[in-house]
Design a protein around this ligand. Structure first.
Ligand SMILES: [Zn+2]
Length: 238
C-alpha cells in the first residue's frame, strides 16, 4: 500500500490541494488497530467527506492534489513529529488498542512508511513546480465534526490562518457574501505552526501563499454536497 494518492501531478492550475486526513484505511498488518469498523468509520479516523471535496477541486482547477491514504489513527500526517497525539493512544473518548505502548521501532516504522512517504510525495510535486517556475498556492482541505463534546458547531465552513492572512482575508470576505452561510474565522481551529504540520512545512517554510479550510462534516456527507461545496469554495478562491 502506498502512502499517498496523487491526482493531476502535472495539472496546470495554480493550486496544489492537500488532504491529510482523506482516508480511514489502516494497513493490513496493523489489524485495524484493534478497533471495530464502527469506530474506524467515525471522525476520529479521518476527515469525513474531505477527500471528495479535494477531488472535485482538483478537477475544477486542473490542479494537483495529494491525498493521504492512511488513517490519522495510524499516524497523524498533520502533526509535528514530537506531538503527543502523532500516534494517538485515545481519541475523542475511544481507546486505540493498537497504539498502546508502541515500541520505538514500531513508531519509527510508521513515521517512515506513512508520514515521510506522504510528505515526500507533496515535496516532489512542489519541487517539480518550483523547477518549472510555476506559481503555487497551497490549499489544505479538512473537515470537522458537527459537534464536539455535545456542543454543536455553527460554522459550515471555516478558514484557519496564522500570521499571513493575505489569502485568508479575501476568501473569508467572499465566503461571507454567499447567502446564509455561517463562516468560521479561526474557529473552531486556528492554524498553529507548533501543532499543524502540512501548511507550515510545505507552504510557510517556502513563503508560498496558503489556505487551510475546514468543512463541517454534515455539509459534505455525500458526493452531491461535496461537489456543491467544492464549487462554492472555487468561486471564492478564484
Ligand atoms: Zn483534518
Amino acid at each position: 500500500m502506498t502512502a499517498s494518492r496523487i491526482l493531476r501531478p502535472q495539472g496546470t492550475g495554480r493550486f496544489v490541494f492537500l488532504c491529510d486526513h482523506a482516508s480511514n484505511s489502516v494497513p493490513l498488518e496493523l489489524d485495524g488497530l484493534g478497533l471495530p469498523p464502527t469506530e474506524l468509520a467515525r471522525h476520529i479516523a479521518w476527515d469525513i467527506g474531505a477527500a471528495g471535496v479535494t477531488e472535485a477541486l482538483s478537477e475544477h482547477f486542473d490542479a494537483p492534489a495529494i491525498l493521504c491514504k492512511t488513517s490519522r489513527l495510524v499516524i497523524d500526517c498533520n502533526r509535528q513529529l514530537a506531538a503527543p497525539d502523532l500516534i494517538p493512544e485515545t481519541s475523542d473518548g475511544t481507546v486505540i488498542p493498537g497504539n498502546q505502548q508502541l515500541s520505538e521501532a514500531a513508531r519509527a516504522s510508521r513515521v517512515e512508511r506513512w508520514f515521510h512517504s506522504y510528505h515526500d510525495a507533496i515535496e516532489a510535486v512542489l519541487q517539480e513546480r518550483e523547477q518549472r517556475g510555476v506559481p503555487t498556492v497551497v490549499v489544505s482541505i479538512h473537515s470537522m465534526a458537527a459537534s464536539l463534546a455535545g456542543t454543536p458547531r455553527p460554522w459550515q465552513i471555516a478558514i484557519s490562518s496564522h500570521l499571513d492572512r493575505s489569502l485568508a482575508g479575501p476568501v473569508l470576505a467572499a465566503l461571507r457574501r454567499l447567502d446564509g452561510i455561517v463562516v468560521g474565522d479561526n474557529q473552531p481551529y486556528d492554524l498553529d505552526p507548533k501543532v499543524d504540520y502540512s501548511i507550515p512545512f510545505h507552504a510557510l517554510r517556502r513563503g508560498l501563499p496558503q489556505l487551510q479550510v475546514e468543512f463541517r462534516q454534515d455539509e459534505i456527507w455525500d458526493a452531491d454536497r461535496q461537489r456543491q461545496w467544492a464549487a462554492r469554495l472555487a468561486r471564492c478562491i478564484w
